[in-house]
Design a protein around this ligand. Sequence first.
Ligand code: KG4
Ligand code: ZN
Length: 372
Amino acid sequence: MKVLGIETSCDECAAAVVDGGIIRSNVVASQIPFHAPWQGVVPEIASRMHTEWIYGVVETALNDAGLCPKDLEGVAVTAHPGLLGSLLVGLHFAKAFAWARDIPFIAVDHLLAHLYASRLGYAREESPDGRAVSPEVPDYPFLGLLVSGGHSAICRADDFDDVKVLGTTVDDAVGEAFDKVAKFYGFGYPGGAVIDALAKNGDSGAFQFPMPNLYKIGKDGTDHRYDFSYSGLKTAVVNQLEQFRVKKRGGTGETAARSADPAAAGDAEARDIAASFQKTAVEILLRGLFRAVRDTGITTVVAGGGVAANSCLRSRLAGHEKLRVIFPPPELCGDNGAMVAGIGERYLLRGDRSPMNETASARVRAFRKRYP
Ligand code: KG4
Ligand code: ZN
């Protein structure tokens, strides 16, 4: 079934065509340069740019797939979670497209779509580097390691639309921690890829940062053993920057302004900080994940979300002797339309349809949330 997928939940304006789980086209127009001066996504700018770009992005996705609008058999769109104004642009474009062509329309959850990304394959001619890619499709149930800029969770997936959160972050998402640390150090935006690159030549043992300990049963009996936290790590790494500045001033103890100041840490120190932070950030995730593996007996792990591109996370899990770990290819880790089209195709083939009064929601809908 030829399905158009539209993704505008944050700062990527994306559209793709998937047919039978095979990606026919995948266009991602990133707004990063427009948000970079603010070192974070500016919601107002994001929704305005989606409004300007969405038509051209969809047109390019159709052209790349060699299709006309009349060839499409369904439209899928991210409706939650995300920035409300941005979501609404994609949602209404998708509705209008489906209505005009009289084809079915389905609204999907962004996080379920991230977990679906690794199931998609490429036909030979559409693959980014010219080779056919047949995905290593994981059987259900599997443990999902969902790691993005807005959300982080360890979950149990029993089907593409049946996912339960076992543990989640109690404060920052892991990608958010990368972005915030990079912002404080003035490394650049978004922080994940920059820290990943810096860390490659750094010493991950140079600094010992704290691991949070949330392993407890709550008063109400809720089990927090798979939960994690990034605010303590983030604060420790940021405090280290203050120490560098004090050292540079000859130990005067003068309070440094919290402005981005890449020179403050010096090149070698910057690389060591990046490597030490990244190692701890990954260990925090893995501790919860390995607990979940041990307790559930599920040994297949599927990663999804922007942080799934992280080289340290990938190398820590690759070749794990007891686990089968599946990562999406790097271009399907971050936000993209293919994952939306892919999961949308599954719903549509089952006969699911969204009503024309479907609305967007900034918050997670498909997941049971423990922390409101
Ligand atoms: O899934 P995504 O594209 O958007 C959300 O749904 O949030 O994830 C974006 C996040 C950002 O926080 C970005 O810094 C992070 O993914 N990221 C990385 C890497 N590439 C992107 N984090 C760590 N290492 C990377 N290589
Ligand atoms: Zn995402």
